[in-house]
Design a protein around this ligand. Sequence first.
Ligand SMILES: [Zn+2]
Ligand SMILES: [Zn+2]
Length: 502
Amino acid sequence: MQNDNSNNERVIVQTDADSLNGQNKCPKCGATDISTNPASGKLRCNYCRFEFDLEKITGMFTNLKELSGEVVGSGASDIIADTNEVVTFKCDSCGAEVVIDTASASQARCHWCRNYLSVNKQIPNGSIPDAVLPFAVSKDEAKTQIEKFVNKRKFFAHPKFKAEFTTENIMGVYFPYMLVDINAHANFTGEGERQVKMYFKGSGNNRQTYYDADSYYIEREFDLIINGLSVESNSNRLNNNDNTKTNNVINAIMPFDVENAVKYNANYLKGYTSERRDINVDQLKDIVNVESKDIARFAANESLQEYDRGVCWNREDFTLKGEQWTSAYLPVWLYSYQQVNGNKKILHYVAVNARTKETMGSVPIHIPKLIGVSIIVEICGIISMAFIDWDYNFLFLFAGIIFFIFMFIKYRNNNARHSYETETKKEISNLRKVDKYIATKKGLTNSNMRSANNERVNGANADNKILDSFSTENLSKNIVNSITSNNPLETFINNTINKGGK
Ligand SMILES: [Zn+2]
Ligand SMILES: [Zn+2]
């Protein structure tokens, strides 16, 4: 992959130029007790109820077609290790000294006059971002969402979890993300296939399905704008393969309406907790490159729909002409539950997107109960096999295992993730297409082009192998692999659920 920016200088946009430290007063009554009204997502004075207008960040590129090189919001600039995190202010009202340790808070109340003092100027410790997307879902709405989610997963839930489950102590958390805008150019070349005919040969058990397909040489070259690709920027959250916590759940509630993010102000954080950014732009570049290229591949698919058997790209050139990084806090309601099993601990989350209410979670399973019911399903499956005439009735042999896996995934959602490749805002322009007929292939036995790679997602972590394995073709392949191995059940489960299943 090429990256035009490697020699370019980083341009830093100062996003906190007119931010004020100290007292932020209500323009109507002068009070300093200001917090988010989740009904509107706007700041509101807690005394006179005056609502503030949302303030946009200024200085960042808006015409992304002109974006070149590397532009970074000052709140996304590199963290400096030995930053002094303690800020001392003189209170405007009484003159007392107020100390704020920015490692844990961005606001403090004056001990003497009870006014609030805030840190809004950025400090290079990752605690103050460029932007914030305010909470727009109330705690009660979040509770309802979480309860609905868990209630659908009660039957196989672990009894201890069922006894202890309560949404009383859910927390509103601002998680740190990098929002990345991209101006890129893509040039893909390869081969695609269109089905022209499907027919059968033979009869009875020897009946085979065949396909004829036209194959084409294809090129797709285009400019691509990606808007607000969101990447976790806390090292704890970025790791979706961490076996001790179900981070992927938090990843899966994306996307957020990041276009509505506003200029950072400490008042938005009142009543919520936040996790600090500890990752810099350079450390996220590889992820962003791979994910942007995935987005480009899916963008190209929109002009490839007639290739119903798939497309195999032989060459994928992808050039980043410009990239723009903004750091932001995004709002999440979080329920967490620690399951302890011997010396193994798993932190299960149920997370609610505090903008869209999208909810995802992981519920601890009572494994003996699930195995018991799966065995009953297995027995019923074997009995049905004798009565039902179906080409694939051998699948009934695996009814219990299939049931186990579906339930496991329904409760634990260890395959859930944000489909950034399709859900990120993007815009294609200057599309150049070449579609040249090569030949008609006859008597193919596969319903899809075997080497097709136009729906490949490279940036998604290994979790998505689970999803892939659920295509029927892979499922039967897994079954065959399992039968031929020494420990069929374990092999099948390992092949199908590649993590967390044990
Ligand atoms: Zn007021
Ligand atoms: Zn004071």
